[in-house]
Design a binder for this molecule. Sequence first.
Ligand code: MN
Length: 241
Amino acid sequence: MKKPLIGITSTFVRLNELSEGVYVHQDYHRAVREAGAVPFVLPLTDEEAFCEAIDRCDGVIFSGGEDVDPKYFGADPHTGLGNVFPLRDRLEILAMRRLKTQDKPMLAICRGVQVLNVAFGGTLIQDLPSIRPNAMQHMQKAARHHDSHWIDIVEGSRLFQVLGHPRVRTNSLHHQAIDAVAPGFRVSGTAGDGTVEAIEAPDARYILGVQWHPESMAAHDPIMKGLFSSLVEASTVAALY
Ligand code: MN
């Protein structure tokens, strides 16, 4: 049987005047490969080519990165807002709506879950430390794979089914978070300070979003590895059609 092709969204970096192009952290393609699928980095290109590339994927991972432009959820930029990247916002929102219509599997990670929420009508907290000063530290000062805080997983959620535990340890590398959850989505995980850490679309076959970085934990954490296995399993089914 053909291995599913898992698209991974990228960002744009400029190393110096001679080197610029797409970038994706290697933990993403390692995690996909380890889970038995073929990783496929999606370049930031024009809408037509991006949609065609998306259509050839059996599942898509929306990776971490820049802040989402608040114009997409009807807000002005807060002083704590970081870098935004209009092309990436536009392409990813387009792709997510397309994938949902096709009922194809999506795993949205960090920035990914924020874009997911905004793409379907939700809003974001633009800067946790300044807007929610009582929140815990969500931008850990430790290695990327370090398990920084607990997350309570909502029993009965799809995420609970996948992770198999009511509480999990996760890393935390975000300064933004979900505020109002998009219509048609539900919260599936929260941090101890009430921050929304995971959402999902209950009516979809597989649309999960997590605020942490499971790709950087998967090599040493079987629970996070299981998250990628579940995406690959759902995408294997998609590959049959
Ligand atoms: Mn967090």
